[in-house]
Design a protein around this ligand. Structure first.
Ligand SMILES: [Zn+2]
Length: 266
């Protein structure tokens, strides 16, 4: 089973297949996060993305930005664990804590009317929708000199071209980029349940992203394995092969059964 994810436009459009991760992978992610807590503060997203490389299938020509990796990890989490994140938040206004469900949704903003090329002066620039680069030449894959149709397609030539354009043209190009690129925004807007003030929950740090990949802790996961094994007669291999959300369903069914059995007892 897999889910196909598509985003972006033009030369930079992406098609990526995601295969949900299994319980044994979730456990290894939890373990890796707890063993490398400090190191993962800046590299967690890259490390876990690499660890899950067999679950994320894409054309190796893609050079994925960090935002794209975060987005793909969230999408993978969504199909493996669930579509929203249970999170405990501290309101920045009244400092009180409250629980909220954060949807894994709305992280991507696509341009309204994507334009693949920009014509100005004697040139046509062809836009490649890349995502978070700060160099303007990274956004274009080809420049054509309209007078004699010479195409500038080498990386260095494109860079030279943009290095030598005047300020007015540079502004035109910067505006064009702004209107046509795909933007990622990892933020959730919520209203505090106590003081009713609005605030934003940032969801883009390495620590935050990696922490959302499981709703369990290592301890609670081992407890679950033990309970499913003891009461539900599932083997550890059975449980390891389950998707995290399947495991949650079985746990809640088991809890209901145990409760009913207990109540039926004289
Ligand atoms: Zn508040």
């Amino acid at each position: 089973m897999f889910k196909t994810i598509k985003y972006g436009f033009g030369q930079g459009s992406r098609t990526i297949e995601l295969i949900p991760y299994k319980s044994w992978q979730e456990r290894e992610i939890l373990l890796a996060c707890s063993l490398n807590e400090e190191e993962f503060e800046n590299t967690g997203v890259d490390k876990i993305f690499d660890y899950l490389k067999d679950n994320i299938i894409y054309n190796k020509d893609y050079i994925l930005s960090k935002d794209e990796k975060i987005y793909l990890l969230y999408m993978l989490r969504s199909i493996s664990v669930g579509e929203s994140i249970n999170s405990t938040n501290t309101c920045p206004h009244c400092q009180k804590k409250f629980d909220a469900e954060l949807p894994i949704d709305g992280f991507i903003i696509e341009p309204k009317n994507f334009n693949e090329s920009l014509i100005f002066d004697d040139f046509t620039c062809y836009f490649k929708d890349t995502y978070t680069n700060s160099n303007i030449d990274e956004y274009f894959y080809k420049v054509v000199y309209n007078i004699n149709k010479d195409e500038i397609i080498l990386r260095d030539d494109i860079q030279n071209f943009f290095d030598n354009i005047n300020v007015e043209n540079e502004n035109t190009i910067l505006n064009f980029i702004k209107e046509n690129r795909t933007i990622f925004k990892f933020i959730c807007k919520k209203k505090c349940k106590h003081c009713k003030e609005d605030f934003q929950i940032p969801m883009d740090s390495d620590t935050y992203v990696t922490s959302t990949l499981s709703e369990d802790s290592l301890i609670s996961l081992y407890k679950t394995i033990s309970n499913l094994n003891f009461h539900g007669k599932y083997t550890k291999t059975d449980i390891d092969g389950m998707l995290p959300f399947e495991r949650s369903i079985l746990v809640s069914l088991l809890e209901t059964n145990l409760k009913e059995l207990k109540e039926a007892r004289p």
